[in-house]
Design a protein around this ligand. Structure first.
Ligand code: HEC
Length: 102
């Protein structure tokens, strides 16, 4: 019974990890980066805390790839020179909070 339980737990962990396109990145780090660098401009254009930019009905990002590309594009405007890992943390945070890509 016990080994079977362990095997099933592993299977569940493995399958949820696979379901996350940004597995291995840390959404908490991503949130800090977004709070520091990204909200002011979005809020100026879309009001409130700027999060409508991600949830507006005609929002642009439809796939994990587009999310990565858009983060790079906005990041380039800021001239922050984030590392790819940092962009991945941001992608993980925005996906967990707004986009929910599997
Ligand atoms: C100089 C202003 C500015 C800054 C700074 C900025 N953005 Fe943006 N961002 C925009 C604008 C404008 C759009 C909408 C583009 C459009 O609709 O064509 C946008 C759109 C986005 C979208 C797509 C939303 C959708 O439609 O689904 C994401 C994701 C995003 N930004 C992430 C970021 C991140 C992450 C940062 C911080 C590195 C950032 N942005 C910083 C101006 C900015």
């Amino acid at each position: 019974m016990k080994p079977l339980f362990a095997f099933l737990s592993l299977l569940i962990i493995a399958s949820t990890a696979n379901a996350d396109p940004f597995a291995g990145s840390d959404p908490r780090i991503g949130k800090k980066l977004v709070d520091q660098s990204c909200i002011a401009c979005h809020a100026a254009k879309f009001g409130g805390d700027g999060s409508k930019i991600y949830t507006r009905p005609n929002h642009k990002v439809k796939t994990p790839e587009q999310l990565k590309a858009q983060i790079s594009a906005c990041n380039t405007q800021l001239d922050k020179s984030w590392f790819p890992e940092e962009e991945a943390h941001v992608a993980a945070y925005l996906n967990q909070t707004y986009y929910h890509f599997k």
